[in-house]
Design a protein around this ligand. Structure first.
Ligand code: C2E
Ligand code: CA
Ligand code: CA
Ligand code: CA
Length: 272
């Protein structure tokens, strides 16, 4: 048994240090990626369910790794958050999304909103407002064409400060939406207090759309409208889901049924 234990602990130790080594490598690779322009934004169209027009785009980051190819954000955003690198990455995303959106407007496309995902660290930064202002100023994008996505848990912590941030953003004229609505901790109280423009119904509630999920989706739509918010459904993959959402007067949708997230040039082809 002793022998076995020793082996077990050795294994344990070496797997910890192995993980640690991978983390350190990845951290320095993430820094390099930012410096060397290995990040790229993909854009997923969001359609208005009334006239079927593309009214928005969600910017989703991809890491184009020189050896490992495209890496999904789920694989590196958590580490970027832990190391604080998310701040620099997030600054880049904000600037690039605004720049690209303005470029499309200048090319004559019907103006669309671009949505940028904010991580908690970014949202709690003291100078978030200045950064947003700076991105708008430098790119010339009008504030109403920028939307920031936060999650429920981010909005629910530290009430007073968040409320101030949200009011400042609203004064500036940018939109704020709550991402993955229904999956985190939330208090309905805050929804009536916070100046939020839109709820994004998480894709888990569209799964198969069995009766229970239908009731939840329907309720979120009604609640959003009662509170003067718009509502968008994420992860729409089938015509059945789309029909249900249209019947229930959901405002917008995004999902593979319309399009996967696309690189900028492909998105432009999609729009024409
Ligand atoms: P999210 O913000 O909830 O983004 C939606 C995710 O669902 C995206 O995954 C998108 O590609 C995927 N998706 C869209 N339509 C469908 C569909 O019909 N079916 C299914 N099964 N999936 C669909 P992606 O691009 O891999 O991003 C994953 C997460 O990474 C995002 O989840 C977001 O939390 C985070 N993320 C992405 N870009 C950024 C960024 O620039 N900054 C930060 N902080 N987080 C980001
Ligand atoms: Ca999002
Ligand atoms: Ca989401
Ligand atoms: Ca998510």
């Amino acid at each position: 048994i002793k022998e076995k234990q020793r082996n077990y602990y050795n294994l344990f130790d070496s797997s910890i240090s192995e993980n640690f080594r991978i983390m350190l490598t990845m951290e320095s690779e993430l820094r390099k990626a930012l410096k060397n322009g290995q990040f790229e934004l993909y854009y997923q169209p969001q359609k208005n369910l009334i006239d079927n027009e593309v009214v928005g785009l969600e910017a989703l980051i991809r890491w184009n790794h020189p050896d490992r190819g495209y890496i999904s954000p789920n694989k590196f955003i958590p580490l970027a958050e832990k190391t604080g690198l998310i701040i620099d990455i997030g600054d880049w995303v904000l600037m690039e999304a605004c720049r690209q959106n303005k470029e499309w407007q200048d090319k004559g496309f019907r103006p669309m909103t671009v949505s940028v995902n904010l991580s908690a660290k970014q949202f709690y930064q003291r100078n978030l407002l200045e950064k947003v202002e700076c991105a708008l100023q430098e790119t010339g994008l009008e504030p109403r064409y920028l939307e920031l996505e936060i999650t429920e848990s981010m909005a629910m912590a530290n009430e007073e400060e968040i409320l101030k941030t949200l009011h400042d953003l609203r004064k500036l004229g940018v939109l704020v939406s709550i991402d993955d609505f229904g999956t985190g901790y939330s208090s309905l109280k805050y929804l009536s207090i916070f100046p939020i423009s839109k709820l994004k119904i998480d894709k888990m509630f569209l799964n198969g759309l069995q009766r229970e999920n239908q009731a939840i989706v329907r309720s979120i739509i009604h609640m959003s409208h009662a509170l003067n918010m718009k509502v968008i459904a994420e992860g729409v993959e089938t015509i059945e889901q789309l029909n249900f959402l249209t019947n229930e007067k959901c405002d917008e949708m995004q999902g593979y049924y319309v399009s996967k997230p696309l690189p900028a040039d492909k998105l432009m082809e999609f729009l024409v």
